[in-house]
Design a protein around this ligand. Sequence first.
Ligand code: DGL
Length: 269
Amino acid sequence: MRALSNKKVLVFDSGVGGLSVFQEIYRLLPCVDYLYLLDNEAYPYGELDQAVLITRVNKLVAALVEEYQVDLVVIACNTASTIVLPSLREKLSIPVVGVVPAIKPASLLASKGVGLIATPATVTRQYTHELIRDFAKGKPVELLGSTRLVDMAEEKLRGKALNLNELATILSPLKDKIDVAVLGCTHFPLMKTEIQSVLGEDVMLIDSGSAIARRVQSLLGLGVEEKSGQSYTIFSSAPPWQEGALNEKLRELGFSPIRPFPHLDVLDH
Ligand code: DGL
């Protein structure tokens, strides 16, 4: 039997969106020990003040990294990654991997236009506009920011069927304008099937999950190894709504029931 890795990876998001990234990493690295923190007390990040977001993420992530001797952090949230990565990398001595909208690969694939579907904050970030300026290659980029879409993914993870009419109404500004859509919020790959059915098979959907997983694998220097067999720990910064339904889904993904994040006091100073 091959040796198990004893690497520990922390995956962080405001909610369940980071689970789409976790699933991609887990597919490549089932041998790793995962920790997940959802900062649902401050959800939705897409409507949070930038300075508050930077301070929170730095403090919460640093507290867990220290307590659990984490080897690598994944900020599995576009809204946070587009502003917190420089400060977090300065604060921590371990690798920090972020998720930003996949504008570059989408623009290479598009002939008509690119749609960026993200949070209201991500579509207004300077970082996003620089990505578009540097990598869109002159292709038109339609921006669509929606918090309701993020809520719908949270609902789906708790077992609620999505209302496709509502989804179609939200996505209607993109209709006939694009042939590639970037899922620029980690919540959205959780609704990939429904988004695809609403936008139609002619629109290609792109997200950053598999690229992030390959980056994590290369930074940890791991090959294909055995699954560890343990269940993973997940913390939340506030009691989650419909906790029972959420825990059921989390169990399928390999997690123990949600536990309260033990270090909220770090936010007080
Ligand atoms: N999952 C997040 C992202 O990738 C943030 C959603 C939110 O809290 O608004 O942007």
